[in-house]
Design a protein around this ligand. Structure first.
Ligand code: ATP
Ligand code: MN
Length: 477
């Protein structure tokens, strides 16, 4: 007999004769009531065991974490909280679970403990919900761009470029590390390496993405990205997923419009499709808030916060305006910031970004026109000669969620910039070709997928929104 997913059973329009469900036992009460979950929904189905006619031996094996198969009628439930339940006629233990040793006990675990058990944490309500939402969000990403006629491009994960302009890189090699071949100058001879040159894991697909945008018009990438930055924060992973649209003939304003529309679309998509999971996570957060002092509690519940982002335009503010606000704000004057803002040109730290978003504007903010020397080489220089057409989108609780720009389309200006920064023109010859042949205004951005999932789920540590996080000193599982 084919089994039916719990979600479909719970959504049934009527009672059913003889159904089969398979899943894992969450709890077993009074030797009678099994809460069964199969991952199709956050909701368990109650399975009522006829304990008088079930062998004692079998009852003992219905333990938290065990895999079971139940067959019986789907009937209206007498208990509160569910419409239907299964009146079990036949119960089969598919896989025993040692109740004493099973780490996912039916109680609240710390997120730290759950990270150490990342292979089992997905069996909890919270992580089941997060991972279903993550899946729906990634579908939403494709749905948005495909509907608008963007072409999905898979840019390489192994890159021959040493400077993609976005962060510290992981080298990859097949050379024997304890016996490296040397050239005449005594340096490592990468000619003998697998690709005949020095290679890295990509930090961004943008440069390759631009070459495709200059042919296909509008493209997007959505793939894994690697950064060897030793920043042990709650917002950085060494391996994360990035979405990078790139659009020919878009200027920075078009780029902002696209980013804003895209973010609102995917959030709405998740709200429409993941109601139960979001409601659960909202409740979980409210519980957590209760244990915090009043001043630290957030002003909005999760769904309210998501709706707020849908209903309000992102505030667009120039870097120069932002610096004025920050210089004069109380935490800066009282030296409460770790990095004090003294003058124009300072790089903004996450504490400053969060001040702007959470305290000053109280809504998502798009900062634009940053000083050229704190941004990547490929951003378009403004007429003032000192700022570039960059934009960062800042979100409450997260800080930067998007980094993007209008690209420098002028060959001469770009080459001059690369020279000034010591970026090898020969290495990026192919990138410069886009400016040699039919160059045009174009723009794009990178959105860190996990930061988006953080925002939508209301979680606070990026390690909790990816299946198996990779961070400094940690590559378990
Ligand atoms: P940050 O200042 O937060 O380190 P960044 O300026 O290095 O970010 P970009 O190079 O602009 O970020 O990358 C684009 C987007 O990718 C960021 O806005 C962010 O959402 C995401 N991102 C960047 N680095 C990481 C990381 N280590 N882990 C997860 N997401 C990241
Ligand atoms: Mn970074």
């Amino acid at each position: 007999m084919k089994h039916t997913r719990v979600k479909d059973l719970l959504n049934s329009n009527n009672t059913l004769h003889e159904v089969n469900a398979k899943g894992w036992v969450r709890t077993f009460r009074n030797n009678q009531f099994i809460a069964l979950n199969d991952g199709s929904t956050i909701n368990n189905i109650q399975c009522v065991v006829d304990f008088e006619n079930t062998a004692e031996e079998t009852l003992k094996r219905i333990t938290t974490g065990a895999a079971i198969s139940v067959t019986g009628n789907l009937v209206e439930s007498k208990g509160a909280g569910q419409k239907y339940e299964i009146q079990v006629k036949k119960l089969e233990i598919l896989g025993d679970s040692d109740a004493e040793k099973f780490p996912m006990q039916p109680k609240k675990h710390s997120l730290e403990f759950l990270r150490e058990n990342a292979h089992l944490r997905v069996r909890t309500n919270a992580f089941g919900a997060i991972m279903r939402i993550r899946s729906v969000l990634s579908f939403a990403v494709h749905s948005y761009f495909q509907q608008k006629g963007f072409v999905y491009v898979n840019t390489p994960i192994i890159t021959g470029a040493d400077a993609e302009g976005a962060g510290e890189m992981f080298q990859i090699t097949s050379l024997p590390l304890n016996n490296l071949p040397k050239n005449e100058e005594g340096n490592i001879d990468y000619k003998k390496d697998f690709f005949g040159k020095h290679t890295n894991l990509t930090v961004s697909g943008q440069l390759e993405g631009e070459t495709f945008a200059m042919a296909l018009g509008q493209i997007y990438t959505f793939g894994p990205t690697f950064r060897a930055e030793n920043s042990n924060t709650s917002r950085h992973l060494a391996e994360f997923w990035m979405i990078e649209p790139e659009v020919a003939f878009n200027n920075l304003d078009d780029n902002m419009d696209l980013a804003e529309d895209f973010i609102q679309y995917v959030i709405k998509f998740a709200m429409d499709k993941c109601g139960d999971d979001l409601k659960f996570l909202e409740g979980r957060l409210l519980d957590e808030e209760k244990s915090k002092p009043q001043a630290e509690r957030s002003e909005m519940a999760l769904l309210e916060k998501l709706n707020f982002v849908l209903e309000n335009n992102f505030k667009r503010v120039s870097y120069t305006e932002a610096i004025d606000i920050l210089r004069d704000c109380t935490p800066n004057k009282k030296k409460k910031f770790q990095y004090i803002i003294n003058e124009w040109g300072a790089d903004l730290q996450s504490e400053h970004e969060r001040y702007l978003v959470e305290k000053h504007f109280k809504c998502p903010v798009i900062l634009f026109d940053y000083p050229a020397n704190i941004k990547a080489f490929y951003m378009r220089l403004n007429e003032d000669g000192k700022t570039v057409r960059a934009m960062d989108i800042l979100f409450p609780g997260i800080g930067e969620i998007v980094g993007g720009s209008q690209r420098e389309e002028r060959f001469d200006v770009l080459v001059e910039k690369m020279k000034a920064l010591g970026i090898d023109e020969e290495e990026l010859w192919w990138y410069l070709d886009t400016r040699r042949f039919g160059s045009a205004v174009h723009s794009g951005f990178g959105l860190g997928f996990e930061r988006l999932v953080l925002f939508v789920t209301g979680m606070t540590n990026i390690r909790d929104v990816i299946a198996f996080p990779r961070t400094p000193q940690n590559a378990d599982f």
